[in-house]
Design a protein around this ligand. Structure first.
Ligand code: PLP
Length: 365
């Protein structure tokens, strides 16, 4: 991953540094307005990270001690950590067979009377199946909070992610499709009360300068980072198109290879922004070794599902076999190189190595 830092971003950063309040300066509010417009929501509230965006969204909805929040065990562990930071208890339903996202069919049996929210994750930039999840949430009268930390600009039924649930949460960490060149996050919502609470939570719990409405945090996006984020946001649509073009190339060139399963194709009305292009293969470790031997860095997102991470085993007693689809994915997923500046020739090199390895394995050599 190589974040793009161009002259316009550098100039915006310096301008903000010289002319604005360093905390909650004008660029922060402009970035929020522009991000809300991009997602199609009334409000966007920036935060110090994607993790705190999730935590603050939960707490702004009054979710906390004694509540359960259901999510997927196949995500970056910050998703469920945020639930714990909000003093609630994360619970999990497995992902769908053949997909990477939460299986709506497995959600209902995992819910209890204490379940107060569901967090679907749009993993790798591909939207989760929101419609059936919305139905479940509506029936229960609980909110959906989208973890869109990997999905800036992805669409579901022609709506941008982050505008579908009660709130959407984004991360601007440096590896994401767009960054603020440091840590940062954003909550998107149409809910005015939630927006107001989130603004207060991220700013020490303030209602006015020296009056507190709640016990809040120092989790604001710095002005300089927001100034860079505004320029990054302008570039995002073009960067997403580039990612989609590389993903299409991988799809076309790797189609039908024995031992390689391509990521599920997007359905009509859906757009993936391919934060990652993730194949599955029982040959995963051999493939990764061959790529590395040829100077190509590939990744595993993620080698351990959240429930099998040490702190989760210890705290909640999870064990192997609890969420078998996620556990199998953790053994088989491989993220091929994908970033905006990757050129076609480099992607074709990756294809060649993957093909050669698959053919060698098929021949048993
Ligand atoms: C799916 C997911 N959720 C949450 C986060 C947390 O975001 P951050 O690292 O900005 O706290 C990330 C990214 O790092 C993520 O990929």
């Amino acid at each position: 991953m190589r974040p793009v830092v161009d002259n316009e971003m550098l100039e915006a950063a310096v301008r903000a540094l010289q002319n604005e309040k360093l905390v909650l300066g004008e660029s922060v509010f402009k970035f929020e307005e522009e991000f809300a417009r991009f997602c199609g929501t009334r409000f966007a509230i920036s935060t110090g990270s994607g993790t705190t965006a999730l935590q603050i969204a939960l707490q702004s909805l009054g979710i906390g001690y004694g509540d359960e929040v259901l999510t997927t065990p196949f995500s970056f562990f910050a998703t469920s950590n945020a639930v714990i930071h909000a003093e609630a208890t994360p619970t999990f339903a497995d992902v769908e067979d053949g997909e990477f996202n939460l299986d709506p069919g497995k959600v209902e049996p995992r819910m209890t009377p204490r379940t107060r929210a569901i967090i679907p994750v749009h993993l790798y930039g591909t939207p989760a199946k929101m419609a059936p999840l919305e139905e479940i949430a509506e029936e229960r009268g609980i909110p959906l909070i989208e973890d869109a930390c990997q999905a800036h600009g992805a669409e579901y039924q022609e709506k941008r992610v982050g505008s579908i649930g009660e709130a959407g949460c984004f991360s601007f960490y440096t590896s994401k499709n767009m960054t603020v060149c440091g840590d940062g996050g954003m909550i998107t919502t149409n809910n005015e009360e939630l927006a107001e609470a989130a603004r207060s939570f991220r700013d020490c719990g303030r209602s006015t300068k020296y009056t507190m409405a709640r016990i809040g945090y120092t989790s604001r996006l710095n002005t300089v980072n927001a100034a860079i984020g505004r320029v990054q946001l302008k570039r995002l649509p073009e960067w997403n198109r580039k990612r989609q073009a590389i993903a299409n190339l991988y799809r076309k060139e790797l189609e039908g290879l024995e031992g390689i399963i391509l990521p599920p194709a997007t359905r009509s009305g859906e757009t993936s922004v391919y934060h990652l292009f993730v194949i599955r293969s029982p040959l995963r470790d051999r493939l990764m070794g061959r790529l590395e031997a040829n100077g190509v860095e590939a990744g595993i997102h993620y080698p351990t599902p959240i429930h099998l991470q040490g702190p989760y085993r210890n705290k909640f007693g999870y064990k192997e076999g609890d969420f078998p689809v996620s556990e199998k994915l953790a053994q088989e997923v491989l993220s091929l190189p994908l970033y905006t500046e990757l050129i076609e020739e480099e992607a074709l090199d990756v294809v060649r190595i993957v093909r050669d390895t698959a053919h060698m394995e098929a021949k048993g050599s």
